[in-house]
Ligand binder design. Sequence first.
Ligand code: COA
Length: 285
Amino acid sequence: MSSVDSTPKDAPAWGENALLEIVDGIAWVTLNRPDKRNAISPGIVWEMNAIMDEVEANDAAKVMIVTGAGEAFCAGQDLKEYFRIPDTWPAIERERLYRANSQWQWRRMMYFPKPTIAMVNGWCFGGAFQFMIACDIALAADDATFGLSEINWGIIPAGIVTKSVSMVMNQRDSLYYIMTGDPFDGAKAAEMGLVNFSVPREELRERTMAIAAKLMEKNPTVLRSAKAAYHHVRSMNWDTANEYLMAKHAQTNANDPERGSQKGMSQFLDEKSYRPGLGAYRRED
Ligand code: COA
């Protein structure tokens, strides 16, 4: 058996391989293995799942921003700690690791009940595409370096990487980068739709926080439903999607503790205090 622990840690639940700091509504989540370019080890997997439990439950956290410590966002799965060593584990333990990794990287991330932003501050390779794409919004530094490097070390982009890429990049770009493994920068990532924006490195944090602030002005119940609806309707036909969306709309209104749509309508139609086309209604009333 190896020196890498195959069991989830009891304590600390996080704070070693992944950090959490909640400031002014933003849950800053930082992959914290800078010496290994934040490559995803079992430690990151267990700690990220624990962090997501906390962010989900903690009312102080309104938006989650995921980034990396040091010069990397994330160099993908750790070739040694996630692949080579777990290959020596009993299959059931390896499968538990893979399942837990799928949980935080895309199953939970995609449907996370709070808005999520990937702040790509540097190297972003392979497995990192999974949670970066599963985040609702992604910003990159212009000079961040991306790559589907799997081909360079002899595997296909597995896990859910190829599927994720096909959701946001077109076929020509997807196959070009899957098959060549060529690296590309943040500006190219934005041009292809892999990230929303790329910005000068010195503006990355501020621009990401500005988007978080914008999201925090919106009704959190409606945000939660809106993103879930988006992901669900993608695989539905038009009639089913229409039925589902109308039902989701009714469910959202019924469950909304702040009665947002009534407020929004009243502030526009009666008070004439704002224009929905140009910004959000006042939530504090
Ligand atoms: N898995 C395991 N270890 C990794 C890693 C990964 N994905 N990415 C980086 N590391 C480790 C290196 O082995 C090295 O460890 P060491 O100091 O014990 O030798 C350390 O991180 C620093 O890496 P290094 O290559 O020296 O850093 P760099 O800044 O020169 O290059 C990268 C950065 C990201 C370009 C390079 O590390 C790299 O190509 N990593 C692999 C990326 C990849 O293919 N990911 C896909 C996995 S699915």
